[in-house]
Design a protein around this ligand. Structure first.
Ligand code: G3P
Length: 225
């Protein structure tokens, strides 16, 4: 499963890239609002950090407006994917983008049928919001599982991206459900790295190493020549 970062924070993206775990980035108007500035400039910076897909979301409600915004984003960098919210106009825009060779990510997916339609319209990425479904007492992971099964049954090439991921368990469940991609807030990525026994073990190894070096009369951190 590919791991994307769900953020517009450049430093977070640089960190995940340095760790060697970053396959792409998703942004949206809410994430952009947290950092402000020029959305175009932020997208261009992100696209330089990662060669993977970078989602840029349109905000128009009408088809022509979506097309205009999306074509503009697509010119910013070759790895831009235009994010379009699920709607009747959204489907039409996705279909037109597909005809023009512009890749799209259909966002705000809350049912398997919405995902199926987005794929049929030509979206390359389908984004069900797992956490927001869990919030209203519906199992978000069911949509991920059903869509991956359907895409596999019918050889549909669109990728299922588990969005609105809120905790590390969501990541494991998305991977087990066959999600092609999960997009994570930086906090969840960091939570995945850590385990109390790992952190405790590192401290213990360092302590034992230092005791052994001192007993042997060497500098605590130095190695043998
Ligand atoms: O990728 C969509 C994501 O940003 C939504 O997450 O936590 O606001 O539901 P959340």
């Amino acid at each position: 499963m590919k791991i994307f970062l769900d953020t517009a924070e450049i430093e977070e993206i640089k960190t995940a890239a340095r760790w060697g775990v970053l396959d792409g980035v998703t942004t949206n108007p809410s994430l952009y609002a947290k950092v402000g500035g020029s959305y175009d400039a932020i997208l261009q910076q992100i696209c330089k950090i990662t060669p993977g897909p970078v989602s840029a979301e349109v905000i128009s409600d009408d088809v022509e407006g979506m097309l205009e915004e999306g074509r503009h984003f697509a010119k910013l960098a070759p790895n831009i994917v235009v994010k379009v919210a699920m709607s009747e106009n959204g489907l039409e825009a996705i279909s037109r983008f597909a005809d023009e060779g512009i890749k799209t990510n259909c966002t705000l997916i809350f049912s398997t049928n919405q995902g199926l339609l987005a794929a049929k319209a030509g979206a390359s990425i389908i984004s069900p919001f797992v956490g927001r479904l869990d919030d209203i007492n519906q199992d978000g992971m069911t949509v991920i599982r059903e869509l991956t099964e359907i895409f596999s049954l019918y050889d549909i090439e669109s990728e299922v991206l588990a969005a609105s991921i809120r905790n590390p368990l969501h990541v494991t469940q998305a991977a087990m459900a066959g999600a092609h991609i999960a997009t994570l807030p930086m906090k969840v990525l960091q939570q995945m790295v850590h385990h109390p026994l790992t952190d405790k073990g590192i401290v213990q190894f360092k302590k034992d190493w230092e005791s052994a070096r001192q007993a042997a009369g060497h500098d605590a951190t130095g190695h043998d020549a």
